[in-house]
Design a protein around this ligand. Structure first.
Ligand code: SF4
Length: 336
């Protein structure tokens, strides 16, 4: 156990990833990058991180954005509640004129869960904490051949890594563990044990049982919803609407859609009256627990859309925060 931190940190000095938020791990940069990294791959975050900082170089700049500006800035990253919470957290920090630097204070920020709070404590404030996610659970379960799963695995992993941290700086220690979890101790039967600085301490490697850990959880299948989605035109403009304030993709814009097998029934459910429809194709979009199977149709409205819908020209529509689930329609309607 005593050897874990020195081996890990010496590996990190040579092999750790150079990531833009690591150059200046200020609380704002860590909050922004950790929020972006929730549910989005590093490669996708890399291309957008500077873009967001260009518009909002400080947390005060972020707090001053309107919600629709924030959502537009976040477009394509998905899971838009992150963007809304990030903006609310920035406003809260600006109003209190201080960035909280303890666990309880950080957890009061909208969108800051246990993992992000501990990552902030360790990386931005150099306080003793270890942020454990699924990657670190996997590393730990292989190191110790732990049979645990769920919250008890997380708890054990955290206690183990906190002990291993000792008096070292928690900032590089956490970032090194993140790199091991993402680059070396890979899931699905592919750990790169030959490149791993923890190999000599790893019980699963010694037993040749790396791929048997962590123990598999039974996963429930995603719910599938069949949606009829419409690109509808009226007098040269296209119809959109804003999703409800609560729930999936809340407050974002979308093409009119309704669940069901028949486009005619879906249209009548939406209160829209259109001429003949052309079928454009089928697409699907997966969320964490849900998959949309989407049939796309295009047509002309016979009557103007009722209240609650937006009728916009192409240039205006380009300013709408339309989530990637509707990318197919954006391409077809020429508003990318
Ligand atoms: Fe993971 Fe292999 Fe390293 Fe063990 S030795 S922690 S299984 S990469």
């Amino acid at each position: 156990m005593d050897k874990l931190a020195p081996s890990l940190l010496s590996w990190y000095r040579q092999m750790g990833r150079s990531l833009p938020w690591r150059d200046d791990p200020s609380p704002y940069h860590v909050l922004l990058s950790e929020t972006m990294l929730q549910q989005t791959r590093v490669a996708a975050v890399l291309s957008r991180y500077h873009e967001i900082l260009k518009v909002a170089p400080t947390i005060e700049d972020l707090a001053s954005l309107k919600e629709e500006e924030m959502l537009k800035l976040w477009e394509g990253l998905g899971y838009y509640s992150r963007a809304k919470n990030l903006r609310k957290a920035a406003i809260q920090i600006q109003e209190s004129a201080m960035f909280p630097d303890d666990y309880e204070g950080l957890r009061k920020l909208p969108g800051v869960g246990e993992y992000t709070a501990k990552a902030l404590l360790a990386i931005a404030f150099h306080k003793k904490a270890v942020a454990v996610d699924g990657n670190l659970e996997r590393v730990y379960s292989r190191l110790e051949m732990s049979e645990k799963e769920g919250p008890s695995l997380r708890k054990e992993a955290e206690a183990y890594f906190l002990e291993a941290l000792g008096d070292e700086d928690p900032s590089p220690f956490n970032q090194a563990l993140m790199d091991i979890g993402e680059l070396v101790c890979l899931p699905n039967g592919a750990p790169r044990c030959g490149e791993c600085p923890l190999q000599a301490l790893c019980k699963a490697h010694e037993a040749g049982k790396e791929t048997e850990f962590p123990k598999k959880k039974s996963r429930s299948a995603k719910k599938i919803t069949l949606l009829q989605v419409f690109i509808l035109h009226f007098e040269g403009k296209t119809v959109f609407r804003i999703r409800p304030e609560k729930g999936l993709l809340s407050s974002l814009a979308e093409f009119p859609n309704a669940s069901g097998e028949s486009p005619e029934e879906a249209l009548s459910f939406l209160g829209l009256k259109a001429g003949p429809l052309s079928f454009l194709g089928h697409g699907s979009h997966a969320f964490t627990h849900l998959r949309w199977e989407m049939d796309w149709h295009e047509g002309e409205l016979l009557l103007p859309p009722p209240e609650g819908y937006l009728l916009l020209g192409k240039e205006e529509a380009k300013g709408l925060p339309i989530p990637s689930a509707f990318s197919f329609g954006k391409r077809k309607a020429g508003i990318l």
